[in-house]
Design a protein around this ligand. Sequence first.
Ligand code: WQD
Length: 337
Amino acid sequence: MTVLITGGLGFIGSHTVVELFKQGEDCLIIDNLSTSQIDVLDRIESITHKKIPFLQMDLLDIQSLRNVFSQHDISAVIHFAGFKSVGESVRKPLIYYQNNLISTLNLLEVMQEFNVKKLVFSSSATVYGDLHTPPLKEELPLSAPNPYGHTKLMLEQVLSDMASADESWRIAVMRYFNPIGAHESGKLGEMLHGIPNNLMPHVLKAANGETGKLQVFGGDYDTSDGSCIRDFVHIMDLASGHLQALKYVETHKGCEAFNLGTGVGYSVLDLIHTFQEVNSVKVPYDIVERREGDIVISVADVSKANSLLDWHSQYDLKDMCCDAWKWYQTIKGLNVC
Ligand code: WQD
């Protein structure tokens, strides 16, 4: 039986594939390479030392998707594929609704046709909006502050309704907080193309002297040091969380949401200082104006994943900063693992 991983060449997908392989699962990756690169497959295989089946295809092509299900004995799906830039979603909402919604609806339709009802779905802490006081629990009322978040919120509702209508569905919805870090080998990590959206890629570029000073968006928030607070979580912890969720949907009907974070908040300045300390490198930065749309504090309550998934994050902020820098030095040719 095969686990289908959509978007399996992306940051979270690729690290999850490595862990699935390590656990002995048969994997099939599909990816349209719109926001990922084919050399990630080589990187995965440099770790697994075995070819991983891959098909370049788009979930918007429902007939191709049907062919995948008719030609492979798929038992479950981990669905990562989707656009995920908050800023881009504000500028181009229609492509986010078309891509994220239609691709997922196509996947659900074909899964239903082939009676494949076990699904792990990639969601985001964005669905909590900025209405609640952390730590954020899964049963809180949801709201999304941007089109990207709206697509996740809508799809969570679709999944919940499908599970209510047909009890054979077994769905785990994974709400990621702030994934950073890289595989310990230094051979796999977040591929950085174009202007990055998130904090860590900007830290890496500033540390490597590629850009000017890192801009810290806001130093006057009501926090210990004035910068925003986030729940940074190691990408390998995120990967293991998906393996636990896959086990969970083997035996649990319905649709359940789980936070994947550490439950510990660190500020932007904490991350910069930690990064400098563990890597003995300077990260030049300026504190500038706040970024519109940022929430002050985003930290997970992880008790549900701890208890129901038997999942606990293993890596701390130092590990995340060290592994991210090791990976960056690899892709910059500064060290060969
Ligand atoms: C983190 C903090 C910034 C860049 C987003 C999405 C979320 C998820 C993760 C997909 C904020 C500050 C950033 C910089 C900075 N994506 N920052 N200088 O906004 O918490 O979450 O990415 O699932 O859905 O909303 O992540 O890394 O962009 O920002 O000071 O150059 O770092 O202001 O406080 P965010 P982020």
